[in-house]
Design a protein around this ligand. Structure first.
Ligand code: AHG
Ligand code: MN
Ligand code: MN
Ligand code: MN
Length: 338
């Protein structure tokens, strides 16, 4: 493809701001800064064992997970990249108990950034794709020192959402509320190049993604749905289904964004205090915005994820997302069972 037809992320964002008026200068700067931080994380991830950043950091995060060194490194990269630019009022992360205020020596902006700095970190030591997930909210008017409460907004309030997947190539996926676009990192030039616009998830699919080892903990409607898929052609669905499970949400969602599918992390009865494993603010909400912008659907099995009014920064929700006809089907089974 001749280089003149290549549109960089910078040019795309300038056109979104200047020609379409979709974003302002601060949001444009925010996305550029996050993309630059994802480039740095991609380089750190790509070094593998040579970078001295594999393995455990020996610390535990607020989730009760043992942090990987790259969880901590990626979090630091995003904090350092974002705190001086004047576009943010505060940041929050899977890896930090509380929101991170912008140091008083820097100006504050109107946006809140909440992120999962390294998603799928259990895969980092075995060289399977990982990623970064981010969500952008507006800081509520009149809040000069945003605390957890400032972040507790429903997903419909997101002004942007995206993820980077560090796979065979590094791809940034972004929505500003007007479609989903993908940018592939040109490592020679060091810039993200537009490689996909207005992605659409097929309404139907023959592929599902779930961690089957939890089957004994599932609620009955969950079991009913998967049994139907497993019954194949002779079953009530009348078709065979394929299964994939990468255990990196970014990788599973990227596959679904690219060729369809349904991704499920259900509520399980293993630990009733945890309604599923995935976190609302920096996994479910950003992915739900992206999936809906691509014509898919995203529910908890009972309600639309983007409508949830959060009550905790790190709260967990069940996640059903992807091809809308499958999400509709499994959600109907859960509602029938209630
Ligand atoms: P994180 O690495 O940010 O903690 O997220 C891991 C999540 C998600 O990426 C993935 O879909 C899920 O955990 C996998 O869970 P299991 O290991 O239970 O399959
Ligand atoms: Mn984690
Ligand atoms: Mn994650
Ligand atoms: Mn993570």
């Amino acid at each position: 493809m001749p280089s003149t037809s290549r549109v960089s992320l910078t040019r795309f964002l300038i056109e979104e701001q200047r020609d379409k008026g979709h974003i302002n200068g601060d949001l444009r700067l925010l996305i550029e800064v996050v993309a630059r931080a994802c480039k740095r994380i991609s380089i750190a991830v790509g070094k593998g064992a040579l970078g001295g950043v594999l393995g455990s950091a020996g610390t535990e995060n607020v989730q009760g997970e043992t942090q990987k060194k790259l969880d901590v490194v990626s979090n630091e990269i995003l904090l350092e990249a974002n705190e001086w630019g004047g576009h943010l009022a505060a940041l929050a992360s899977e890896e930090m108990d509380d929101p991170h205020p912008i140091p008083h020596r820097y100006p504050k902006g109107e946006y809140l950034l909440v992120f999962d700095p390294l998603d799928g970190s259990s895969n980092i030591d075995v060289n399977i794709s990982v990623g970064t997930i981010f969500s952008v909210l507006r800081c509520p008017d009149g809040v000069s020192e945003p605390d957890e409460k400032a972040f507790l907004q429903p997903g419909t309030q997101q002004v942007a959402a995206g993820y980077a997947v560090y796979g065979s190539s590094t791809v940034l996926v972004l929505t500003l509320g007007d479609g989903v676009h993908t940018f592939t990192l040109d490592r020679e030039q060091g810039s993200f190049i537009l490689t996909g616009s207005n992605l659409q998830i097929p309404a139907d699919t023959g592929e599902f993604a779930i961690n089957m080892s939890n089957i004994r903990h599932w609620e009955p409607p969950m079991r009913r749905y998967i049994d139907e898929l497993l019954a194949g052609k002779t079953g009530p669905r009348g078709r065979d289904f394929n299964m994939r499970w990468v255990a990196s949400m970014v990788a599973d969602v990227h596959r679904i964004l690219t060729r369809g599918g349904i991704f499920i992390y259900p509520r399980d009865l293993k630990d009733p205090s945890k309604p599923g494993k995935l976190r609302l603010m920096y996994e479910a909400n950003p992915m739900a915005m992206i999936v809906e912008q691509a014509g898919g659907a995203a529910t908890t099995g009972r309600e639309r994820i983007l409508d949830i009014r959060p009550d905790k920064l790190h709260q967990r929700v069940p996640v059903f997302l992807g091809s809308r006809n499958e999400v509709k089907q499994v959600t109907a089974y859960h509602r029938e069972a209630d």
